[in-house]
Write a protein that binds this ligand. Structure first.
Ligand code: PLP
Ligand code: ZN
Length: 430
């Protein structure tokens, strides 16, 4: 159907706008700038509301012909973009049960929403499907991001799929080997910056205009759009009966912001009667958001980040302003857990046969902590999001195998002679 024909006009939503969260300044939907040109504030995308509400809207998701767990929710995610949509497809990740992890956390009703099962092994694919689609829509010559690993891997993959060149800035020596090699394999140009992630982000934010490249960090509001679908898909899986708690690891806070936006919309459009409480979990080595929460969000004091959970090794979270309302509106909690607790949680998730990268396990460690502190009562329904795949960080598994700590320590292969006797002697399973 040609655009502009009367029938098309009847069904095409009013174009969205980008609006500054700080000063309210608006930009057209196809403007390439990723922050407010007036005040430097973060942008959000404002859509025309969907025509359907409640059960009818839920039914329209269910009947969608899109195989993508992102684009299926197109009525709430970039409506009007049907033509250039980039997709693998992504999403459609399971909400897993595990007796072992349930017992370890003390939460008797627990699901693990495994976002590590996305095409490139992290939830970043949901945001990139929309972000790279937007890059095509605005006619970008190329795309750029700063990354602790997963954003770069996802951008490299989606850019290659869309036929766009990609530039990725990573902190030299601080990114997990699975993520780095993946980004190399997908053909991105990688710059290893002698600095930390916060330096990389500052550089790309300053340089993307000059380089003529479209910035696809989660400051970009189109990334947030895609990541909302983690929550929408989860709620759908639970029959739109929301859990009591929704726990996620928190680094740059784009995902926390996206969860807040999804819940706000799900409430406004009658998909759910109440929102779960968000539990954003940081590592104590990189916990400026948790410290700010303890101070009633009066200030954000950037820190020098240092945690083994490289995906959340961020000292100056860019989406702070967007994440605060997500916690406030859901009566949420922000907590820091130690690297030790994160590794113990990862040990349990891995030994349950599910597996995740270290940062992902922060959500599970956070659930255990809140159950022990009495904030989560044992009978409440809890969902913890696992954000990345176990293969992302093989080095940590090797080093954990060497260490003595933990009941669920991974074990190194035992090398044996090629004889039945040697195999029989070494094959004791416990
Ligand atoms: C990006 C990422 C996070 C942190 O998400 P933010 O949006 O930066 O808060 C957590 N875990 C994994 C595996 C990630 O890739
Ligand atoms: Zn502004």
């Amino acid at each position: 159907m040609p655009e502009g024909s009367p029938a098309a006009r009847g069904t095409t939503p009013v174009p969205s706008i980008q609006r500054c969260l700080r000063c309210g300044h608006t930009l057209p939907e196809l403007d390439a700038r990723s922050v407010c040109p007036q005040c430097g504030g973060l942008l959000e995308l404002v859509h025309s509301p969907p025509e359907l509400r409640g059960a009818a809207l839920a039914e329209s998701f269910r009947r969608s012909t899109s195989p993508s767990g992102v684009w299926r929710f197109g009525a709430l995610v970039l409506p009007g973009s049907e033509r250039d949509r980039v997709s693998f497809p992504e999403g459609n990740t399971p909400a897993l049960e595990s007796d072992r992890v349930r017992r370890w956390t003390g939460a008797t009703w627990l699901r693990l929403k495994h976002e590590g099962l996305n095409p490139t092994g992290s939830f970043k694919d949901r945001g990139m499907a929309v972000g790279v689609t937007q890059a095509l829509r605005i006619g970008a010559r190329g795309v750029v991001c700063a990354s602790t690993g997963n954003t770069g891997a996802s951008l490299a993959s989606y850019a290659a799929r869309a036929g766009l060149p990609a530039l990725v800035l990573v902190p030299a020596g601080r990114i997990a080997v699975g993520k780095l090699t993946q980004t190399m394999a997908y053909g991105a140009r990688i710059l290893a910056v002698r600095g930390d992630f916060d330096d990389c982000l500052r550089l790309v934010r300053e340089a993307s205009d000059e380089l003529g490249l479209y910035l696809l960090n989660s400051v970009n509001p189109f990334r947030i759009e895609g990541q909302k679908t983690i929550v929408l898909e989860l709620l759908e899986q639970l029959g739109w009966d929301p859990p009591d708690w929704l726990a996620l690891p928190a680094g740059n806070l784009g995902n926390t912001a996206a969860f807040g936006a999804a819940l706000r919309e799900a409430l406004a459009f009658g998909l759910i009667p109440r929102a779960p409480r968000l539990l954003a979990v940081q590592s104590s080595g990189a916990a400026p958001f948790a410290a700010s929460f303890d101070d009633d969000f009066r200030t954000l004091k950037p820190v020098k980040a240092c945690t083994i959970a490289t995906a959340i090794n961020i000292g100056n979270p860019a989406s702070f302003e967007r994440a605060v309302p997500a916690i406030r509106e859901t009566r949420g909690i922000v907590r820091a857990v130690s690297d030790e607790e994160i590794l113990d949680a990862k040990g349990e998730v891995d030994a349950a046969g599910i597996g995740c990268e270290p940062a992902s396990a922060a959500s599970v460690a956070g659930v255990r902590r809140l159950v022990h502190e009495g904030f989560i009562s044992p009978g409440e329904r809890v969902v913890a999001v696992l954000t990345g795949h176990v293969l992302k960080d093989p080095d940590i598994i090797l080093s954990e195998a060497e260490s003595r700590r933990g009941a669920s320590r991974p074990s190194r292969p035992a090398e044996v002679e090629p004889t039945i006797a040697a195999v029989a002697a070494a094959a004791r399973l416990s």
